[in-house]
Design a protein around this ligand. Structure first.
Ligand code: CDP
Ligand code: MG
Length: 148
């Protein structure tokens, strides 16, 4: 999910392009205004942290762009493309390492591959089933070895 800072800075296209070019397939996306209830639920794991109120204020401060991407080991690969939580510690070439400087305003959220089920939980939090589409990308046979 591209956070409100990324949307306001005009980075939706840049970020979508990175995932598309990697070969991941977008199966759902939408611009959303996150309200406080949704923010509280989404970041429930951080409810006791000192940055929580500030974080909820930030994530509800303007439109965010939610996305669902599919592909081989997608959750892990997206996290590695996103970089570390702190952009200052993220390698150049990563989204946060190329596009951010601030620990809170770090451009993008991604489900945690080290927290099994977080991807499914977050997809259900942000999307109806009818908003997720099944289709083939025309380059799939060139992206993946046919092992049949
Ligand atoms: O987003 P990520 O999973 O990499 O990090 P997190 O530890 O789950 O923290 C969620 C979000 O809280 C981060 O992406 C930052 O926007 C924010 N945060 C913060 O403002 N101050 C911190 N010390 C840690 C995180
Ligand atoms: Mg996290």
């Amino acid at each position: 999910m591209i956070k409100p800072d990324g949307v306001q800075r005009g980075l939706i296209g840049e970020i979508v392009s990175r995932f598309e070019e990697r070969g991941l397939k977008m199966v759902g996306s939408k611009l959303i205004q996150i309200d406080e209830d949704l923010a509280n639920e989404h970041y429930a794991e951080h409810a006791d942290k000192d940055f929580f109120d500030e974080l909820v204020g930030f994530i509800t401060s303007g439109p965010a762009f939610a996305m669902v991407w599919q592909g081989a080991d997608a959750t892990r690969q997206v996290r590695s493309m996103v970089g570390k939580t702190d952009p200052a510690e993220s390698a150049p070439g990563t989204i946060r390492g190329d596009l951010g400087l601030d620990l809170e305003r770090n451009v993008i959220h991604a489900s945690d591959h080290e927290d099994p089920g977080s991807n499914e939980r977050e997809i259900q939090l942000f999307f109806e089933e009818t908003e997720l589409l099944e289709y083939s990308r025309i380059d799939e046979s060139w992206l993946y070895t046919d092992e049949d």
